[in-house]
Each structure stands twice: as structure tokens, then as C-alpha cells.
Design a protein. Structure first.
Lengths: 114, 114
């Protein structure tokens, strides 16, 4: 079945550092890929998405590129802020067209220190 | 903006009780989902529904049932609560079937079974 693998952390960085959170996936067909963010005490919010190979999703300074050849969707940000501290989830949705749910990675806890 | 509202942020119940978790969305979405979130396990799909009165089992349906009598409301039912059902429960909705459409999440219900 489908699966998503991401570094779990916690990942601790200083403010203004460069961020990479790795995400790789296993899926049949051509899935859509998502990054969600969960701030403390809240639900998940969509951060960005990509629906086909070589697409780049971007939002709030975060970027991720859909790499079919390496089955990866790594999240990057050039300069993180304390307010970026949260748990980040990589997820995929199969291309089957049905109403199946998302397959999530286990989440990466990011801590940004001032 | 899509609003997914879960009726309780925190809930404490006793072993053996019948527990109802309610979720309402205000955007006329066809698909709705229930996940549970546990440390080290990420999010796992319990049940989903692609339309009124429709329901499908997800990855971990045992011990749960659902009800979708109206399009905007999707209820998760714990028939006889057990301590291993202590968890964070997240509801989500999506406009319609299609892997490239993101899901929109509520803020979650943290359920404790004593």
C-alpha cells in the first residue's frame, strides 16, 4: 500500500537558519502530494501542495518540489522564524479518484529558537 | 474560507460509555473523514463518507461507527469506549472525490477514556 516516510525530529534550529524536512513516498500511479502544518493546540492546515511531477508548491516562504524520479517531496524554507515552530506532516492522496483519505507521514516536530 | 467545526475540544468519558464526536462543515463538501492522531503513529484514517448516508471503512475502523444523515454533519461513534481509544480525533472535509483536492481539518477533539 501507499506510505510516506519523513524525519520525525524534533528538529531544532536557530532563527533565520535554512530548513529542510525530508519526505519520501511509496505509491502506485501518480499521487498528489501535500504538506500540512499543525500549530500547538490546533488542527492541521494545508501549507502547500503539488499534483504532478516537477510541480513546485509554495506558501509563506516554504517550498517543495514533486520529484517523481526520487519519489520525494522535501520541504524547504530559506530563513525560519520562531513562529514556524510546529509539527509538519507530509501526505499523499492516491490517484485512484475515489474518496480515500490521505496517507500521512508521522510528522516532524520543528522547534525554532530565537 | 472553509470552516470545519468539531463540537468539543476536550472530552473525558468512562470505559464502556457510548461516545459521540460531532463534526460540521459549512461548505457543502461531499466527502468527510475521521482520523485519529497518536504520538509516533501520525494520523490514521478511521472512516470516511463520500456522500449523505454513505460510509466506508478506513484503516482502523474497529470499535468505531459513523453516521452521516445530513451532508454537513459527520458523527463518529465509540460504541463502548475503551482506554486504548484515548486519542486526538480530527475531522476533515473535501469538496468531492479527487486526489488532487486538499482536505480541510477541524481543530480536533482530545478524548480521554478513564
Amino acid at each position: 500500500g501507499d506510505s510516506v516516510t519523513q524525519m520525525e525530529g524534533p528538529v531544532t534550529l536557530s532563527e533565520e537558519a535554512f530548513l529542510t524536512i525530508n519526505c519520501t513516498y511509496t505509491a502506485t500511479g501518480y499521487p498528489s502530494l501535500f504538506w500540512y502544518v499543525q500549530y500547538p493546540g490546533e488542527g492541521l492546515q494545508l501549507l502547500l501542495k503539488a499534483t504532478k511531477a516537477d510541480d513546485k508548491g509554495s506558501n509563506k516562504g516554504f517550498e517543495a518540489t514533486y520529484r517523481k524520479e526520487t519519489t520525494s517531496f522535501h520541504l524547504e524554507k530559506g530563513s525560519v522564524q520562531v513562529s514556524d515552530s510546529a509539527v509538519y506532516f507530509c501526505a499523499l492522496s492516491s490517484s485512484g479518484g475515489g474518496a480515500d483519505g490521505l496517507t500521512f507521514g508521522k510528522g516532524t516536530h520543528l522547534i525554532i529558537q530565537p | 474560507d472553509v470552516k470545519v467545526t468539531q463540537s468539543s475540544r476536550y472530552l473525558v468519558k468512562r470505559t464502556g460509555e457510548k461516545v459521540f464526536l460531532e463534526c460540521v462543515q459549512d461548505m457543502d463538501h461531499e466527502n468527510m473523514f475521521w482520523y485519529r492522531q497518536d504520538p509516533g503513529l501520525g494520523l490514521r484514517l478511521i472512516y470516511f463518507s463520500y456522500d449523505v448516508k454513505m460510509k466506508e471503512k478506513g484503516d482502523i475502523p474497529e470499535g468505531y461507527s459513523v453516521s452521516r444523515e445530513k451532508k454537513e454533519r459527520f458523527s463518529l461513534i465509540l460504541e463502548s469506549a475503551s482506554t486504548n481509544q484515548t486519542s486526538m480525533y480530527l475531522c476533515a472535509s473535501r469538496p468531492q472525490a479527487g486526489g488532487n483536492q486538499p482536505q480541510h481539518f477541524g481543530d480536533g477533539t482530545r478524548l480521554s477514556i478513564l
